[in-house]
Design a binder for this molecule. Structure first.
Ligand code: GDD
Ligand code: MG
Length: 399
């Protein structure tokens, strides 16, 4: 893969935020021992380097009642070396959609000779292993893991930890293009291969997100993303004293992290998870509040934002979904952050009023936080899970 070098970086305490890097070539050809000419503006990430990283990476697919054909397509786009972890919150009553996903994944693993893990979000064994190891942050009153995308992601990160992976990446299950899925994972690997810190994150930005109206229109920004980015940039600008537009991936669902970074972040429920990851980094390492983790602060936190080539086409979920489930909780993570000053609060309120998302005098809801993974008793959890892991395997021969 050939990708622009990180040419412009902004610093916020010990956080390094790289400006958007565009993918230039999906396939950059064979490794050559002696490059014909040095081109410092462009990075060529060799196939082998990408494969080495993919071997260390788990790709998590959170899924809830998506079309099976889309789920199958997404799975087929994930490079062979990655471990697939599916966390499903799909219905099991009337039609057992989870069973359908499980069967599809088993068939895929059988014919492709690869390993994948699949677990239902309401699996009582997983919830018990978490509770016994002292981690209740994603559990509901019934003792099971709560609903929500973030809750599924956190459960999957614990599984990636047990599977001894070094990196974890997320890909939604409702993507129409397996080729886009493939490219996201390549971008994750390319980002990690450029990272100088073991505490790194890669967030994907789409070149286009097509909308179908009279014809196909290749739109670049969704309204939610635009608003979240603006508010987050306002917060950074006010804190550093220099106006910035550096954040372009505030809501990026498609993103990846080194597990060392993933373990120390505080998350937020549901769709607030992606903006909250950034807020947790800014709070913990921005240098304004106490540093959250001295070793990570020493290395610095590195954020890459990569613009992919494939357009992003997914299921349109309409209705109140975008405003109530995504915009409000996402902005809530910024508004209620101890870093958020009056000016940014006002920007957020104005945005929400303009979009009819709150009443006058209203404010976005406070996030429901999820504790860092590292607060679990790893030894207890590993012991409890050693018996479970096999039952999550989709490769029959491994059972
Ligand atoms: N395990 C699990 N549990 N998965 C869930 C749940 C849940 O409770 N709720 C939703 N999902 C799955 C969906 O099936 C899908 O695969 C993925 O999580 C994302 O959910 P969507 O409902 O498709 O979200 P979206 O398309 O509106 O928004 C996506 O993009 C945004 C912008 O990049 C999400 O990834 C957002 O988190 C992201 O901010
Ligand atoms: Mg979607």
């Amino acid at each position: 893969m050939r990708i622009e070098s990180p040419r412009y970086t902004e610093r916020f305490g010990s956080v390094r935020i790289n400006d958007v890097q565009k993918v230039l070539e999906l396939d950059s050809g064979r490794a050559k021992e002696l490059p014909l000419q040095e081109n410092i503006a462009v990075e060529k990430i060799e196939e082998d380097a990408i494969k080495d990283l993919e071997e260390k990476m788990a790709i998590v697919i959170p899924v809830k009642d998506e079309k099976l054909k889309l789920f199958e397509g997404v799975v087929s786009g994930i490079p062979h070396e990655c471990l697939i972890i599916v966390v499903s919150n799909s219905q099991r009553k009337r039609v057992d959609r989870f069973k359908m996903e499980q069967d599809a994944l088993k068939q895929f693993c059988h014919f492709t000779r690869r390993e994948a893990l699949i677990v239902h979000q309401k699996d009582p064994n997983l919830a018990k292993a978490l509770a016994d190891a002292g981690y209740n942050s994603i559990l509901g009153e019934d003792g099971l893991i709560r609903n929500g995308k973030a809750e599924g992601m956190v459960a999957a990160m614990f599984i990636a930890m047990i599977a001894k992976k070094d990196y974890v990446g997320f890909i939604d299950a409702d993507n129409y293009f397996p080729g886009a899925v493939w490219e996201y994972v390549k971008c994750y690997a390319a980002g990690f291969s450029m990272a100088k810190s073991p505490y790194s994150m890669v967030r994907v930005l789409w070149r286009y997100k097509p909308k179908i109206s009279a014809g196909m229109y290749f739109k670049k920004w969704g309204r939610v993303s635009e608003t979240t980015n603006r508010c987050m940039n306002s917060l950074i600008s006010n804190r550093t004293g220099f106006e910035t537009e550096i954040i372009k991936t505030g809501n990026a669902g498609e993103h990846a992290m080194s597990l060392r970074l993933a373990e120390i972040l505080t998350y937020a429920s549901g769709y607030a998870v992606e903006p909250q990851e950034l807020m947790s980094i800014f709070e913990g390492f921005g240098g304004v509040l106490t540093m959250a983790h001295p070793t990570a602060a020493k290395h610095g936190i590195e954020i890459f934002q990569t613009e992919t080539r494939n357009p992003h086409l997914h299921e349109e979920k309409g209705g109140q979904h975008l405003t109530v489930e995504m915009l409000l909780p996402g902005l809530g993570t910024i508004y209620h952050s101890p870093l958020c000053e009056e000016e940014t609060k006002q920007v957020i309120v104005n945005e929400l009023l303009q979009q009819d998302a709150i009443e006058s005098e209203g404010e976005p809801p406070a996030p429901c936080f999820i504790k860092p993974l590292k607060t679990i008793d790893v030894k207890k959890f590993t012991e409890a899970m050693s018996e479970q892991m096999e039952s999550y395997s989709a490769l029959e021969e491994h059972k």
